[in-house]
Design a binder for this molecule. Structure first.
Ligand code: PBG
Length: 339
């Protein structure tokens, strides 16, 4: 990003419209470039074979059984998408108050990772570390008898969760739980177990946001979480300096990549992160952002293709290296001109 000291001589010598006159001139003077390689596709997996179950609050998004998931990931790889982030939908009877399934090496997400990995595709596999898909209450951590989230006890379990995922072949571990100190503990656990090349993309500045609503439907945690709030661990949307402290700590603890979440409402945080730290920085265009665009498009109020691309370009313009988006397949097809 250049510092602009001089706009040029005054009009009429300077006419900024000259560079906008033709398509080729606009291409030649563009400042931001979006490619399928910038994209990470969040994707949902459930038990069963040959299944695709629609998520009603996310039109166009499905939960795949793992055989179908493999096909979907292969398609993403063909389109040049860099990574997929796999999220499990657990049957409710497998969830309990301590998220026991999270640390089982044969759980749904580990089996899905193994199945995808066996294909040797040229695409990265990323997984969340957090307990919410596995807990009966829908929180990301353990609760004490007063309903408080226990930080250090949760971190110990998260380390075990990271380990079973790395063991299954996960390339990027993504702590999304917002416990204090978890990045450092996970790094140490991975390194101790010879996973020193497994990357960590930390959800460093993850806000307590209402824009996650449709995702919680997809994961089946909306009802269980009920009125429960994640405000004691996720960040207050009013804060920006605090986000910089979270990010500085995660970098110091060994995070390879930093994520900001949600996306479009928090572009100022992405911009600030890139300016201040210059680290690989990613934005998550979350479920609510996806569903807002889809709802408007399905009502005929906005154009699908151009809104997708414009919204993703905005992340790049703010300084993001890449974007997690449910539009990844659509966007990659559009960018390749094959839609
Ligand atoms: C779980 C998690 C959430 C999202 C990603 N990982 C939800 C939450 O924190 O409640 C949100 C993703 C989205 O809304 O698209 N820790």
């Amino acid at each position: 990003m250049a510092e602009i000291n001089q706009a040029g001589p005054a009009f009429p010598l300077t006419r900024l419209r000259r560079n906008r006159k033709t398509k080729w001139a606009r291409e030649l003077t563009k400042e931001t470039f979006l490619s399928p390689q910038d994209l990470i596709w969040p994707i949902f997996v459930q038990e069963g074979e040959n299944l695709e179950e629609h998520v009603p609050s996310m039109p166009g998004v499905v939960r795949y059984s793992s055989d179908r998931l493999v096909d979907a990931v292969a398609e993403a790889a063909d389109l040049g998408i860099s990574a997929v982030a796999i999220f499990p939908y657990l049957n409710p009877d497998l969830r309990d108050s301590i998220g026991s399934m999270a640390t089982k090496s044969d759980n749904l997400v580990c089996r899905a990772i193994e199945r995808v990995k066996a294909q040797n595709l040229n695409i990265g596999i990323q997984c969340d570390v957090a307990l919410d898909p596995f807990t009966s209450h829908g929180h990301d951590g353990l609760l004490d008898s007063d309903g408080e989230i226990l930080n250090d006890e949760t971190v110990e379990i998260l380390c075990q969760q990271a380990l079973v995922q790395a063991n299954a072949g996960c390339d990027i571990i993504s702590p999304s739980d917002m416990m204090d100190g978890r990045v450092g503990e996970i790094r140490r656990t991975l390194d101790k177990n010879n996973f020193n090349n497994v990357q960590i993309m930390s959800y460093s500045a993850k806000y307590a946001s209402s824009f996650y609503g449709p995702f919680r439907d997809a994961l089946g945690s909306t009802a269980t979480l009920a009125e429960g709030s994640k405000a004691t661990y996720q960040m207050d949307p009013r804060n920006s300096d605090e986000a910089m402290r979270e990010i500085a700590l995660d970098i110091a603890e060994g995070a390879d990549m930093i994520m900001i979440k949600p996306g479009l409402p928090y572009l100022d945080i992405i911009y600030r992160t890139k300016q201040q730290f210059g680290v690989p920085t990613y934005g998550y265009q979350v479920s609510g952002e996806y569903s807002m665009i889809k709802a408007a498009v399905n009502n005929g109020w906005m154009n699908h293709d151009s809104c997708i691309i414009e919204s993703l370009i905005a992340f790049k313009r703010a300084g993001a290296n890449g974007i997690l988006t449910y539009f990844a397949l659509d966007a990659a097809r559009l960018l390749k001109g094959c839609s």
